[in-house]
Write a protein that binds this ligand. Sequence first.
Ligand code: ARG
Length: 624
Amino acid sequence: TTSRNIKRVGSVKQQLSRLVKESLESLFPDEVQPIVAACQAKFGDYQCNNAMVIWSQLKGKATQFKNPNSIGQAIAKNLPESEMIESTSVAGPGFVNIELSNKWISKHIQNMLVNGIEQWAPILSISRAVVDFSSPNIAKEMHVGHLRSTIIGDTLARMLEFSNVEVLRRNHVGDWGTQESISPYIKGPDRPCFVKQPVFGMLIEYLFEQFPNWEDAGDQAIGDLQAFYKASKKKFDDDPDFKARAQQAVVKLQSGEGKYRHAWQKICEISRKEFDLVYQRLNVQLEEKGESFYNPYIRGVLEEFERNNLIKESEGARVVEIDGYDIPLIVVKKDGGYNYASTDLTCLWYRIKEEKAEWIIYVTDVGQQQHFHMFFSAARLIGWLPASKDAYPKVSHVGLGLVLGSDGKRFRTRSSEVVRLVELLDEAKDRSRAELIKRLEDNGKITDWTDAELESTAEAVGYGAIKYADLKNNRLTNYTFSFDQMLNDKGNTAVYLLYAHARICSIINKSSKDIEELKKASTCMSWKINTGIGKIVLDHVDERALGLHLIQFAEIVEEACSNLLPNVLCEYLYNLSEMFTGFYTSCQVIGSEQEESRLLLCEATAIVMTKCFHLLGITPVYRI
Ligand code: ARG
């Protein structure tokens, strides 16, 4: 396509950094990385903050500069000629304030309108990443913690994909071994005390016992897998014979005995179908490569550790000692079995060596942080990862805070069971449908809407509300799950934002001008011959503020990706809609002399908002 042939220029910040770099290169012999950032409006649009750092480095050396301010002056004076920059000024100890030219801002927006929002994709320094997210455990409930990981992981993947990174979206399901990972959402006997139990042996044995004709019976035989799990667990605890058989079953499964493998596959299949229901509703793509996938490689990986003398014996187990931790990383248990850590270590090896991923990102609750940091350290010891944590290949654990209920405790239903995700999604949709109908009845529009339209809007708003409520918080903090809050149409919510976007679309539709024609005219060509059509004018302060905010989209996505913080994008989106309101309040669009220019600003805002929704996994709505 055409947009692919057009040279990608990167974010405004990156473009300015290139200019600053040129200036610095001609002034200083040593390489200096440009420090450029957007700044408070009273100073300018951007600021270069190199002067003070350079001054402190020059201290004691013979130099032409008498103070940091004179360094700032020199940097400003040396900036190459560029249509980007309107003016510069130097303040205090050498801050170089940069004001962008209105003409360039307009052109930059017009370029996006003509060539598509892909023009504004940030340029990242990697080409392939793994995002390991969602990752529930077979036969157990996928809980709110997994929902959070699913939503945040999906957004991170979407942002990286938009930035032209190939993303391997991995569902690391717990489908093997003893399922040690512990969940803060599951209490009682399912928590750590069950850690060492042979889950799959127990499930398989129970299947054989309850459904002798399980192979033909189909999925209905098992029915509700959670109930099945509970019943088999009860038997396991109460019946020592059964327990012994379950333990035997694990051995048979692990040695690959046909009937046992087949039963295991069946159980995984049923679980998978349940997980897929959630993924489908949320429109999340994931490729399952569960723990079992890595099992055949564990031995080889541990041999590499043995060869490098990194494994010791400790209380009957095989362990890797990690600096900074009082306990070692157990990689072979006392009974000779592998565990969560040996699987993850092997999986990391696979992702680096076989899949050649440059950045591997894990999204789980923050409670698992130690596990991740320990096997990351082990990978550094053996040299799969560089010593510097910023160098590639790189690993990141994206830790998530808890989802809390209105009682301030971790989110559960009244019966103190974990909350069923499908029911949560249903409720969000039902509530948003009811709200929508009420709204449409109030303004007499209900008859214009088809049932299908109502349905898809209720879904977009309901699911969008759940996602946005999660994404807008800093991912490390706990947040309280509240339907009332997330479905409020005022404040920083998906409902407010989706409706704001729909309102912009209706402004564009109300105009008699053809927006597609205007966009087409918006090329640099027509700019040059100065027809005025398709030209964005930023004379009013609120027009300019909106224009400036629009063109900062790329660097926001870049920041959200590099720091793995989707809330940065949410904040940008919310500010964008506030700025649009500011603009719309002070600048008349339809019927004004500047109608064409202002319609283009509306269109650019709608496009950027749509892209934000898309990156956040939210479906935009176009009418309300
Ligand atoms: N199955 C684990 C859990 O439910 C999460 C797995 C995360 N990924 C990984 N590679 N350890 O807590």
